[in-house]
Every structure is written in structure tokens, then in C-alpha cells.
Write a protein that binds this ligand. Sequence first.
Ligand SMILES: Nc1ncnc2c1ncn2[C@@H]1O[C@H](COP(=O)(O)OP(=O)(O)OP(=O)(O)O)[C@@H](O)[C@H]1O
Length: 291
Amino acid sequence: MTTPSIQLVGVGRRYGPTTVLDGLDLDLTPGVTGLLGPNGAGKTTLLRILSTVLAPSSGHCRILGFDPADPDQRTEIRRRLGYLPQESGYPRGFTAFRYVDYVAALKEWTERDSRHAEVRRVLALVGLDDLAAKRMRTLSGGQRRRAALAQALLGSPDLLVLDEPTTGLDPEQRASLRGVLSGAGHRSTVLLATHQTEDVAALCERVIVLDAGRILYDGAVTALVGTATGKVWHADEEQAAALSSWRTGTGRYRHVALDPPEDVELAEPTLEDAYLLLRAQAVRDRAGVTA
Ligand SMILES: Nc1ncnc2c1ncn2[C@@H]1O[C@H](COP(=O)(O)OP(=O)(O)OP(=O)(O)O)[C@@H](O)[C@H]1O
């Protein structure tokens, strides 16, 4: 059995009186794991804890074999970590090359020639090699996001923590990024928080769904998609009671519901369908408990 590169036991986080993460138990091993959840579920908070930016209020973490609560061990984690925050500031006057080179220097990459070679490698990985000499302020939003991603990839880190990496990327860049991340997942532990269920379906074997600071689902993507079988269907009419319902380009409606009618024309479910159903079931369960 592979030793987990991340182990969380009873990890919680509060902001004042508000509990944002509630006693999470989680093991992560190499590969690309998707992290889904609604706005405010606690995804960024979890990623910040894994990146040693934020300390948990309770519980224990072991990251790449080190304890982030110990300052020396925290440094060891940071040496092996690549982190793409949800929002990052940019030195606007720096070129893309200088920005990534600056981060590489902060990461203790002292030998200039090998550092520059690594900066060129990661800029090429995110498709910015031709734009390396442009200043950050003159790049588009998606191009700046790719520069931020390039800094996370420096040194092929053992742990890659990415907060919505595909936001603002065009379809070619998103597809190309999938290649980069699946490659990274061969040797590293990659955790990818996103609202793009297609990216998770395309890339990840495992998905974690966070909801109100708790893990609602942790398992295989295929198993989660399988839970939606029989709950997605096509019809000629609108279905007001459905969880989601829209008229597709073919002129027919596609419906998703926890309790579909009988004898319907079933459609192939997607991860998005399964995610919507999982969340709806959780709301129903909570209402049932409080009723
Ligand atoms: N510094 C902070 N002080 C107080 N509350 C905070 C702070 N940071 C986050 N929160 C709260 O913690 C909760 C979880 O936020 P978090 O950013 O982790 O969610 P998320 O799942 O990443 O959401 P999104 O999908 O919108 O990015 C939210 O209710 C948020 O308001």
C-alpha cells in the first residue's frame, strides 16, 4: 500500500465563532484528486492549510512526512510544495520570465543558469514561452493565470495544490493544462479545487466533495457518476419539478431529478449531474433530520 503523502486527522478551522472546516479526516496519495464544493464550502481554507499558509484550529496534519506545526518541518514542506492560490498579486512591472524567476529565487534556487532553464521549462509547459518577455500588466487575465501556474510547477514539486487553475483559460489552454497535470500526477500528489466538473471528470480518478466544511463524498469519480444513472432523462416537455432542466440544442429537454418519473428515455449522466444530485440529497437529508 502507498504511504499517504497527506494525512489529516480531525482537522478543523474556525474564524471567530464560525466553523469553516469541521473535523476532516483525509488521506491523499500520488495522483490527481479533484476537490469540488459550492461557494463557501471550505475548499480554499483546506488548500491553504495543506500549503502551510494557514494553521488548523484543531486536529493534526502530516504533509509529505512532516508536521507543519513545527517551523523547521514547515520549511521542508514548503521546499517540496507548489501552490497556486485562488487569487495572487503580481508585480505588474515584471516580465513573465522575471516574475517566475523571482519566485524560483525565493524557493532557494541559487544557481542562475539551472534556475533560468527551469523557468523557461515551466513557462513552456503553460504555453507562455513566446510571451516570457512581456510585462505582467500587459498580459491578458488568462495569460497571467498561466504565469501564476508556472511558478507552482517550478522544480516538479512532490505536492501540487491548485486553487481553480483553469479559471479564465481558453479551451486550448485548458486541454493543454490537463496534459501537464496528468503528467504531474504520475509522480506527485496533485489536489485540484475547481468548479469545472468536466476537468475533474477528464483528469481525476478520485474526487472529494466538500459541503459546509465536511466531506460529503470521497471516492472514485466513476462511482459518483454511477449514482446518477436512472436520474437523467430526455423529454419533449419542460419539467418544473426537476433539479435541473433545460432545452438542449436538439430542441428536446434534458432533466435531472432525485425522483424521476417512470418509463422515461434515460440519458447518460455526467459528473455534474451526479454532483447536483449528491448536493440535493444532502439538503433533503438535512431537512429530513430537522423535520
Ligand atoms: N479570513 C477569513 N475570515 C473570516 N471568514 C473567512 C475567511 N476566509 C474564509 N472565510 C469563510 O470561510 C468559509 C469558507 O471559505 P472558502 O474560501 O474556504 O470557501 P470555498 O469553498 O473556497 O469557496 P469558493 O468556491 O467561493 O472559492 C466562507 O464562509 C468564508 O466566508
